[in-house]
Design a protein around this ligand. Structure first.
Ligand code: ASP
Length: 439
């Protein structure tokens, strides 16, 4: 068996955390390819090394003195190296970084050093081979990730190495310059490595025991999700459930490699399995609930709208022309509503309204703000009668007015629009009816 293991920043924030990680890796000989993040926070108001690097580079870019900031970053690594009693010395690396900062090597280069150096520490700690991602992860000249070239080169390289450490978060463009993924991107590297070595599983180690049925900031100690499909995860992640970088499912999904989210601080917990498809039923009919506040909607009314060819297109055109992405478009016979993100829409609202009038000539138009959307997601809903009924009676009992309902034909999710002020109450009511009551 081959396992790729990725460890997040909080799992590698200190020598003590490194020790836990070492034990996890050594306890299973199949854990052969290790993808580390940069050291994260050791305590709640600590700083992540990646943020320190961005800050330090910003000074360098302005031609200011950044030596103190760079020293602080070095101290973070030295603390880990000394705590682990390694002989590794990063002085030469830091001299090179200092030189490259002075030469303005770029923000991505700067941020990438967090993972790069932590990879060196990890390789020395484990006795694994260090592989520089700049030699195996490629971006094209426009900065788009080149999945196929990466897969080919990385496979060729890693197939010859029994045990390797490949730092997360970055690769290189064809001109050799460093390029990072977006924040949290070490998750993507883990997935790319899993695909390249054709791993049996991609273990993603973090500081929680997987995905929860609902946001723990709203529901106290929510139940965890044992198995979730990629499709369900996409829905929940889009609606704000963030444990894993959204883009990290694509490389492994192509190969049918499952992802197992695990907790470095509770290694005996099974965590969450993310799979292509499963016969396992989720325990509670629904798999998860997630949502976001801060939407607004534009209601458009026009008699005989349904028979007017091109009406919907003209309405949507008014949003597209102003670069506004659309969330949901529920409609009636003579009415249509467009849900958009408030922060994207608000500065352009009057321009959209006048274009709407010009293109679609509605009889009435009205904008409403302060709305929230909640996604109730679950593969089990397809085969279970009464799911929608339970959701809406729970909301009615909680005195919540439902502003919008949208169920996709896949029956994988039901999206509910409520007012911002009812958001938490609505999530509690839905959680309660499916998880606590379980009728
Ligand atoms: N260190 C990077 C960040 O803080 C990438 C990662 O940890 O995944 O975003």
């Amino acid at each position: 068996m081959k396992k790729v293991v990725k460890f997040g920043g909080s799992s590698l924030a200190s020598a003590e955390q490194f020790d836990k990680v070492g034990k996890i890796i050594k306890s299973d000989k199949d854990r052969r390819y290790v993808v580390p993040s940069a050291p994260g926070k050791r305590f709640s108001n600590d700083r992540k090394v990646t943020d320190m690097l961005y800050g330090c580079y910003a000074l360098a870019e302005q031609g200011e003195d950044f030596s103190k900031e760079l020293e602080e970053i070095k101290a973070r690594y030295d603390e880990i190296i000394q705590g682990l009693k390694l002989t590794l010395n990063l002085t030469a690396d830091f001299q090179e970084i200092e030189k490259n900062f002075k030469e303005k090597a770029g923000k991505d280069y700067a941020a990438s050093r967090g993972e790069y150096l932590n990879g060196k520490v990890m390789a020395s700690f484990l006795g694994y081979t260090f592989v520089d991602p700049a030699t195996v992860i490629f971006f094209d000249k426009n900065g788009n990730f080149d999945a196929e070239k990466t897969n080919e080169k990385m496979s060729a390289k890693l197939n010859k190495i029994e045990k390797a450490v490949i730092p997360g978060f970055f690769g290189a463009k064809s001109d050799g310059s460093i390029k990072t993924f977006s924040r949290g991107g070490s998750d993507i590297t883990g997935s790319i490595v899993a695909r390249a070595v054709n791993a049996d599983v991609y273990e993603n180690w973090t500081d929680v025991s997987g995905f929860m049925v609902a946001d723990p900031r709203i529901i106290k100690e929510p139940k965890s999700i044992q198995t979730i499909t990629y499709a369900e995860l996409r829905e929940l992640a889009y609606m704000g459930a963030s444990v894993l970088h959204e883009d990290s499912i694509f490389p492994v999904r192509k190969q049918g490699i499952p992802i197992n989210i695990r907790n470095t601080n509770a290694p005996d917990d099974d965590g969450t399995w993310i799979v292509e498809s499963t016969a396992k039923k989720s325990k509670y009919t629904i798999t998860g609930i997630a949502g976001k506040k801060g939407f607004c909607c534009v209601n458009v009314e026009k008699d005989m709208m349904n028979s007017e060819i091109g009406f919907v297109r003209r309405v949507l055109q008014s949003f597209e022309d102003h670069d506004i992405s659309i969330e949901h478009v529920p409609s009636g016979i003579d009415t249509m509503t467009v849900f958009v993100h408030e922060d994207e829409f608000i500065s352009k609202e009057q321009a959209v309204v006048s274009e709407l009038h010009r293109l679609a000539k509605p009889d009435m138009l009205e904008i409403e703000a302060d709305l929230a959307l909640i996604a109730v997601v679950g593969r089990g809903m397809k085969s279970t009668r009464g799911t929608a009924g339970r959701i809406f009676s729970a909301l009615a009992h909680a005195n919540i007015n439902v502003r919008m309902i949208d169920q996709g034909s896949s029956e994988l999710n039901i999206i509910i629009g409520v007012e911002n002020r009812d958001f938490e109450k609505a999530i509690k009511a839905i959680y309660d009816i499916f998880v606590e009551t379980q009728i």
